[in-house]
Design a protein around this ligand. Structure first.
Ligand SMILES: [Zn+2]
Length: 331
């Protein structure tokens, strides 16, 4: 069917684009080729009598039976496109989501071993991610033990372990992102995260790993967690904001003073003016939350302190909030 050619063209374009990007990054460009046979199409297929019907001739179609679970899942939605490989069939479906007007926000701080949530109602939740760190460490060891001289074989094994590791870490992150979005939905809160710049985290902890490796692995898993939260939140209609990461872990979330480290308690920070000690992850999550609330395009109760007489249309309000310069704790 001629409409399948569109799929081939767009796949080829994608492969070519990746290939050019590799060449631009200075790596040796290889001849682009198709690794796996695949058909993605939004034309021609039909879902009827519990089967996917895929035409291969004007009047003939192959029929692929769908499991009851798949049928139940897509019943309420519109299937937009399908992807068929040698052993897998994926259906992409869409749903109309009404954007939730949030009653507040949840600030999210992602660390090496946990992700910490600070919600507008004061709730603090920590999700443990140390399993992900452990997976990374195990595979790192496996890789470092390899003593094969053949560069090609070594590269192949490394990439195989790299892939397995990513899959395992992904699963752990999926569990956390699911719980985070469930909480936000339950509380009817929007989500605030740090805009990843790739610099802050990279230089943060000296734990003996190579800088390059640590940076790449961490920024990958930070970005992956954000990606998951982003699409899961969008699916539920929850608004999501990104804020600048500067000094979210260095300043007191209550008064804005610079925090002091407590030498024997490395997870705790002390604020000299509030005279309290607070968990550093909790402090960072609260800072992210506060920053998000300040820049939120919707008027929230907390924002009353920056309210001006003319609360006109939402557009101008957004601008006004945006114009506010960095937070002055005395105002
Ligand atoms: Zn303070």
């Amino acid at each position: 069917m001629s409409y399948y050619k569109l799929c081939a063209i767009s796949s080829a374009t994608g492969i070519l684009r990746n290939c050019r990007r590799t060449a631009r990054d200075g790596e040796k460009p290889t001849t682009p080729y198709v690794r796996r046979l695949r058909l993605t199409t939004c034309y021609g297929f039909k879902i009827k009598d519990g089967c996917l019907q895929l035409p291969y001739h004007p009047r003939e179609a192959i029929r692929i039976p769908l499991t009851p679970h798949v049928q139940a899942t897509i019943r309420k939605h519109t299937v937009r496109s399908i992807t068929l490989t040698k052993d897998k069939l994926s259906l992409t479906y869409t749903k109309q989501v009404a954007e939730i007007k949030p009653d507040g926000f949840i600030g999210i701080d992602r660390n090496l071993n946990n992700v910490t949530l600070a919600a507008a109602d004061g709730t603090i939740v920590k999700h443990d991610l140390s399993d992900a760190t452990r997976v990374k460490a195990t595979y790192r060891q496996v890789r470092s033990r390899m003593r094969r001289n053949d560069v090609r074989i070594r590269r192949e094994i490394t990439s195989k372990y790299g892939w397995k590791q990513q899959e395992k870490v992904k699963q752990i992150l999926h569990h956390a992102s699911k719980l985070i979005v469930q909480q936000a939905k339950r509380q009817q809160f929007g989500i605030v995260m740090e805009q990843l710049t790739g610099i802050r985290r990279m230089y943060r902890r000296g734990n003996g790993q190579g800088l390059r490796y640590r940076g790449r692995m961490n920024s990958w898993s930070y970005a992956e967690l954000q990606r998951q939260i982003e699409y899961k939140a969008a699916w539920e209609g929850l608004p999501l904001l990104y804020v600048h990461p500067r000094e979210t872990s260095a300043k007191c979330s209550m008064c804005g003073s610079r925090m002091a480290r407590i030498p024997e308690e490395n997870r705790l920070l002390h604020c000299p003016s509030c005279r309290v000690s607070v968990d550093r992850d909790v402090n960072a999550a609260r800072n992210i939350l506060a920053r998000g609330v300040r820049f939120a395009p919707v008027a929230l109760p907390v924002e009353a302190m920056v309210q001006e007489p003319s609360a006109g249309d939402p557009e101008s309000r957004w601008k006004r909030v945006n114009e506010l310069k960095p937070h002055d704790p005395t105002s």
